[in-house]
Ligand binder design. Structure first.
Ligand SMILES: [Zn+2]
Length: 242
């Protein structure tokens, strides 16, 4: 548990679709906005214009292009935007490096986020969390988790355990719409799971399945239901071949 998690009382969260299946999240407090993982600037600029929201900050979870490819174009349009992200020499723009335990305060707002390091998908991966919301990039997906490009199974298992320890009421905002495929896979290893079957039925005709509740993930996500990193490894390997 993280007793220091900030509480953001007056935020509203909007999805911005990008590429095939990415979600870029827009956190709004009044007319101030925070963008998480802008892989593409164009849909973000469109949304900001349409909603008259001013961009105050960009939060980056990890180095993959579909999470930060739009940063430089957004800086051109919003030169005063604050940028936060993990330490990574590949980032070519000016930004504030954040680490586990940091609490960031977004300029001109009351919005604060706590940072948790979640290596596994990539080594630099971090997530942003408050008492009610988790922005987890490609670490956790609805009913799934990110592929391991750089980290070990043990690292990813530990990263997911940190997420599991958050309050079950946390809403989970991941960066891809993979939920239905993930549920199909989960059913191959947990077919008798009542909640999983209910989740499958509930989401059948739903287009945007995010956010989910951490509680649902704890009940139905096979990658959060394993007890050891060995078990995690077996399931992750099966998913890679699914
Ligand atoms: Zn990624």
């Amino acid at each position: 548990m993280h007793p220091t998690l900030p509480k953001n009382n007056n935020i509203n969260i909007l999805p911005i679709k990008a590429f095939e299946d990415n979600y870029i999240w827009l956190v709004q407090e009044n007319l101030n906005g925070i963008i998480i993982d802008p892989g593409d600037a164009e849909p973000v600029l469109k949304k900001l214009k349409a909603t008259k929201i001013d961009l105050k900050a960009i939060l980056i979870t990890h180095k993959h292009h579909d999470h930060m490819g739009g940063v430089e174009e957004l800086i051109k349009n919003y030169p005063n935007v604050q940028i936060y992200g993990p330490e990574n020499i590949e980032f070519r723009f000016k930004y504030q490096i954040v680490k586990e335990g940091d609490v960031i305060s977004i300029q001109d707002t009351n919005v604060k986020f706590y940072v948790i390091e979640t290596p596994g998908h990539t080594l630099d991966h971090i997530v942003y969390v408050d008492r009610d919301h988790l922005f987890c990039g490609d670490t956790l997906f609805a009913c799934g988790c990110g592929r391991l490009f750089e980290g070990t199974y043990d690292e990813m298992f530990k990263s997911l355990s940190k997420i599991s320890s958050l309050t079950p009421n946390t809403k989970v905002y991941c960066a891809h719409e993979y939920t239905k495929e993930n549920i199909q896979f989960a059913l191959t290893i947990d077919a008798e799971n009542y909640q999983l079957n209910e989740r499958s039925k509930k989401l059948k005709d739903v287009e945007i399945t995010i956010p989910s509740l951490l509680q649902e993930e704890l009940e139905t996500n096979p990658f959060l239901r394993v007890r050891t990193s060995e078990e995690f490894k077996l399931i992750r390997k099966r998913k890679d071949e699914f």
